[in-house]
Design a protein around this ligand. Structure first.
Ligand SMILES: [Zn+2]
Length: 124
């Protein structure tokens, strides 16, 4: 089966396929975006080398661009990170279930668990 291009229709259903992650291209775009604000005479203070398969990228960072990259990485939040379990501190998944102890967590999770207990206590 041929790969379906992003945003294509297949069997009457719109299919959206994420392009493969390309950290080299992403870093190139990031550095191009912040370059207008950097001092053109600034000396590089760090080098970031990336290899993706056969591709290689080597990026010389000024102090400003190194700080920008550090800050960008520090601000990133994993979309699967929805918090920590109030019981054991383990990671909670998107269904608000703790991956460590199985507790249903969060305000919504506690409400669902309370409702499930009430429903279980009332036979129809
Ligand atoms: Zn837990």
């Amino acid at each position: 089966m041929r790969p379906c291009p992003a945003g294509a229709w297949r069997y009457g259903v719109r299919v959206t396929i994420q392009p493969p992650a390309d950290p080299i291209e992403a870093l190139e775009r990031f550095l191009a975006r912040i370059a207008p604000y950097d001092d053109p005479a600034a000396e590089p203070v760090a080098t970031v080398d990336l290899r993706v398969g056969r591709l290689r990228g080597s990026f010389r960072l000024t102090d400003r661009s190194a700080r920008a990259l550090s800050e960008a990485l520090g601000r990133w939040t994993d979309p699967d990170d929805v918090g920590r379990c109030g019981g054991c501190g383990g990671p909670v998944d998107r269904d608000l279930v703790c991956r460590s102890c199985g507790r249903l967590d969060g305000i919504f999770g506690a409400t669902v668990a309370h409702h499930a207990e009430r429903v279980a206590g009332h036979p129809d």
